[in-house]
Structure formats: C-alpha cells, structure tokens
Design a protein around this ligand. Structure first.
Ligand SMILES: C[S@@+](CC[C@H](N)C(=O)[O-])C[C@H]1O[C@@H](n2cnc3c(N)ncnc32)[C@H](O)[C@@H]1O
Length: 317
C-alpha cells in the first residue's frame, strides 16, 4: 500500500514515525497487538488495517478523553479493538483479562499528544496559561501544583535535576520556594525564565523543569520500566516491541532495558564467574534509534525529537 493511501486512512494528523512503526511491527492477520499509549488511535488504525481481517488491538491510555477519540477513530474495526483506561504499567493484567497469554507486538509512543499540549487547561505547556496540572489521568489526585507547592526545596531541586537534567536545578528550586504558592503555568514559566537561560540549543528556559514535573506527576519512568518488562514477558518469540521516546532520559532508559534484556549475563564486568542466571530475552533490531526524516519534521515539527527503538523477542533456551 502506498504511503499516501494509508495516510488517508489515518485521517487528519499522521502519527509520529507511522510507517516505520508499521514496518517494525509487521502486523498480520490473526495477530494480537498491544498499543500501550493508544492516544487518538492513529498507530492502532494502521495496525488494525494491516492485520485485517481479524487482528486485534488492546489499546490502553491514562487519559479518558484520548480513549473517546480512539473509540471514534477505530469504530469501524468493531470487536477487534479492546480499549482500557489505565496505565501500560498494568498491561499484563489487561492482557490476562482478555485471556491473552502472549502478544504479537507492542507499541509505546511516549509523547504528549498535540491535543493535550494545545489544551491550556491541562497545564502541560509553558507557552499557554493554564493551571499547573500535567496529569495524563485527570482522576489521579496529585497535580504539578501539589509538587511545586508542597515539596521541600531539596526535594524539588533533586526532582528537577534528576528528571529534567536542569543544570540550574537548585536555583530554580530556591526561586520556586521563595515565590510560592504558584498556581499557573505562566507564573512558573516566567519565574524560571528569570533564573535560567535557554542555553546553547536555545530551548525555552522552562523546558527542563516542565519535563521534570510531568515525569514526576505521572510517574513516567516507573511506568516505562514496569511496562516494558511486562511487554517483553508477554511477547511471543519472533515478535517485536517498538518504543518511541521524545527526550534523552526516556531514550537512555529504553536503550538500557534493551541492552540488559539482550545479554545472557548481567553480572558486574569485573566478576569472573557468572552468578546472575540472567538469560537474553531480546535481540535489538535498531542499533541506533530511527528518527523522522526531513519531510516528516517539516509537516510536524513536534516529531523532530522522536526516536524509535525496536527489539525482537527471542526464544528462551
Ligand atoms: C503521543 S500520545 C499517543 C498517540 C498515538 N500513538 C496515536 O497514534 O494517536 C501518548 C499517549 O500516552 C498516554 N499515556 C502516557 N502515559 C501513559 C501510561 N503510563 N499508560 C497509558 N497511557 C499513557 C497519554 O495520555 C497520551 O494519550
């Protein structure tokens, strides 16, 4: 099928690295696929189409609004689609409820959808004025405002340094503590702009702190580690996991997990006799991450930092 024909099927916004994801997962009839971050269902549309007439998708999302969009977009596939509200960190439970003992492919697309980023009241964007929220799941109790206003200066500094890799984390934390309570994204973004410069890459001064808060509010690195472990456990031999990340912290974690899971021994390098009993479960397919090409970035500038890493489940010997 030509790119233009299946793009038309995705209707409207083309998901990031769409063709590369489909090429990596190679969906086929009868397959069972897990889309752990189904969003508006763009990638899943392609998976369902390519696995016609009877491939199935278990689609998970923390955001009930995304699930409504996915339901709408994927309605024509009827009972081949199973949508669940929750975290992909629980994907093994959702698969088990469907009676799936194995899966034939898994996708995690870790970005914030444009729909959510452009909605000021969700509080993800430092360019729009809204409440300091940043929850993917609006039913969860903790918001970014809770962290910003309740953590100690030291806890805030650690969080901003660890999850945002912000070199001026301690200055940002001190400025926040002196200025709080803070309630809106603009209050926070302006405060950060007074203590941080954009740096060599000329990113907005608030980029790193907003990333840190988002990761902490949604416990994102825990979800990634747990979800990937469950996914690798569920994948049938010869089937693939594809993860799209949007910043280096996530990408490094994905790379580390792939490296660990493709090694037969994970003992410390200076240990002479292996005692770990670890066995490789994966073969890494993408030695380097796949990036969007120029035309994709021109059409969708937010795709520019996307990196796709793919690995294949191998038989345990
Ligand atoms: C970039 S969007 C996915 C877009 C989707 N691939 C498409 O084609 O429309 C990422 C989605 O992941 C969801 N999300 C983030 N963390 C999650 C988690 N731990 N479990 C489930 N969904 C999550 C967000 O709510 C968002 O809808």
């Amino acid at each position: 099928m030509s790119a233009s024909v299946d793009d038309a099927h995705v209707r409207g916004h083309t998901p990031v690295l769409y063709h590369r994801v489909l090429h990596a997962l190679k969906p086929s009839a009868g397959g069972r696929y897990i889309d752990g971050t189904i969003g508006a269902g763009g990638h899943s549309f392609g998976i369902l189409e390519a696995s016609s007439p009877d491939g199935q998708v278990l689609g998970i999302d923390l955001d009930p609004t995304a699930l409504e969009l996915a339901q709408d977009r994927l309605a024509e596939f009827g009972d081949r689609v199973h949508l669940r509200h929750g975290s992909y960190a629980d994907l093994a439970v959702f698969a088990d409820e469907l009676g799936w003992k194995t899966a034939d492919g898994l996708l995690l697309d870790l970005g914030v959808s444009s729909m959510v980023l452009d909605d000021a009241k969700r509080g993800f964007s430092f360019r729009l004025d809204g409440p300091l929220d940043m929850r993917f799941d609006p039913t969860q109790p903790t918001t970014a405002a809770d962290l910003v206003n309740d953590l100690s200066e030291e806890e805030l500094a650690d969080l901003i340094a660890r999850y945002g890799e912000e070199p001026r984390a301690r200055h940002v934390a001190r400025a926040i503590v002196e200025a709080r309570p803070l309630h809106t994204t603009q209050e926070l973004a302006e405060l950060i702009s007074r203590v941080v410069r954009g740096g060599r890459r000329k990113i907005h001064p608030a980029t790193r702190t907003f990333q840190a808060l988002r990761i902490a509010v949604n416990n994102e690195l825990y979800a990634l580690e747990t979800g990937m472990d469950q996914a690798i456990g569920l994948l049938a031999p010869g089937c693939r996991i594809a993860v799209i990340s949007f910043h280096s912290l996530e990408d490094r974690l994905v790379k580390r997990i792939y490296r660990r899971e493709s090694a037969d021994c994970i003992c410390p390098p200076d240990q002479i006799v292996c005692t770990c009993d670890h066995r490789a479960r994966l073969q890494v397919i993408t030695k380097r991450p796949l990036r969007p090409d120029k035309s994709e970035v021109e059409a969708n500038p937010r795709a520019r930092s996307a990196r796709l890493r793919v690995a294949e489940r191998i038989e345990l010997v």
